[in-house]
Design a protein around this ligand. Structure first.
Ligand code: SF4
Ligand code: SF4
Length: 336
């Protein structure tokens, strides 16, 4: 490209993926989180990542502590909160509250975080989570968070699902097949994909793609990814040092340890060739390239969305052993 993009890579909300470890394994999880991961950031890395972000973006951003499930390492979560507060960075967290099996302990943890200066709690709620987390725990987690933070500072995403979820036994997990049986497959697909806004990246395209009509790769020609790659408001820094644009799990623009250099490079219009391809031509460009150069074959039955196409091509590139610096973390490609 070579064009200068002075506003490129200026996210307002940075997620620190403290770990990809999660006690759930949600079908819609674009980061492929689950129990197979064991690595966590250290407090030193959290500080370093935030210092890098501060050096590049000044005071123009907030941070959210996330995963995976960040409460699976509560000492780190608390310490990370303190570090962000000490650096003057507004901080909130995301949790699935599936760990909440004891209301008093949960309330105590939320109070410690509140006292440390955490601003807000986002609780993730959906039938995808309900496959792994009984609704009772979700409701207890929300009450515990509200007791410590006040109702206004606990955002339940997406709360509109709670009445649907409450139709089932609150003490049991509920499979998506049960929802499909109750709604009908097509209706369930519509509600999940349109109502929830499932993104087809990560494992979502594979696990949930059967619920909607899929499309051939050609259907995505002309859909570029300039906005996601260059102008996302939301980006992540992960436990393995990757700086990830938008929701493009499995793609890194560079190491956050050298964030200043990475951002400067992108603002000068110097992109990794595969990133340049995605910026210009989107996943269809990547698909054509992988077909021509690396014998990629289209997925039988097509793709649930543009990110599904992108992920499937990238999996192939990783599987045939192509050493592409941007295809990271490796663990993502092993956790479908
Ligand atoms: S969507 Fe959230 S709760 Fe579900 S597996 Fe991913 S990180 Fe865990
Ligand atoms: S198609 Fe690929 S690059 Fe584009 S938004 Fe989806 S994951 Fe990101």
């Amino acid at each position: 490209m070579g064009m200068r993009n002075t506003n490129a890579l200026t996210p307002r909300d940075i997620g620190l993926i403290l770990s990809y470890r999660c006690q759930a394994n949600c079908a819609h999880c674009i980061y492929n989180c689950g129990k197979s991961y064991h690595d966590w950031m250290t407090p030193e890395e959290v500080r370093l990542a935030l210092l890098q972000a501060r050096a590049v973006w000044g005071r123009g951003f907030q941070v959210h502590l996330t995963g995976g499930e960040p409460f699976l390492n509560f000492p780190l979560l608390l310490e990370s909160t303190k570090i962000a507060v000490e650096l003057g960075i507004p901080v909130y967290l995301e949790t699935n509250v599936g760990w909440c099996d004891d209301l008093d302990r949960a309330e105590d943890r939320f109070r410690q975080l509140r006292e440390a200066g955490l601003g807000m709690v986002l609780v993730s709620v959906s039938p995808f989570h309900q496959e792994y987390i009984p609704l009772r725990r979700t409701l207890d987690g929300i009450s515990a968070a509200r007791a410590a933070f006040g109702k206004a500072n606990v955002f339940v995403y997406q709360s509109e699902w709670l009445p649907e979820m409450a139709k089932w036994d609150q003490h049991e997990t509920v499979s998506l097949e049960q929802y499909e049986a109750a709604y009908g497959r097509e209706q369930a697909g519509l509600r999940f994909w349109m109502g929830f806004g499932v993104v087809s990246g990560g494992r979502a395209g594979y696990r949930l793609g059967g619920q909607i009509p899929k499309k051939a790769a050609e259907a995505f020609s002309g859909e570029d990814c300039a906005d996601e790659m260059l102008y996302a408001q939301h980006s992540h820094m992960d436990v393995y040092g990757n700086f990830i644009p938008s929701s493009c799990a499995g793609i890194r623009l560079g190491s956050w340890r050298e964030l200043d250099a990475v951002v400067a490079q992108y603002r000068q219009g110097k992109f990794h060739p595969l990133v340049a391809l995605l910026i210009d031509k989107g996943p269809f460009g990547l698909y054509q390239w992988a077909m021509a150069e690396y014998d990629y074959h289209p997925l039988d039955g097509g793709y649930a969305g543009k990110c599904h196409l992108c992920v499937d091509v990238r999996r192939h590139l990783v599987a045939v052993g192509i050493d592409q610096d941007i295809l990271a973390p490796q663990a993502f490609y092993e956790a479908f």
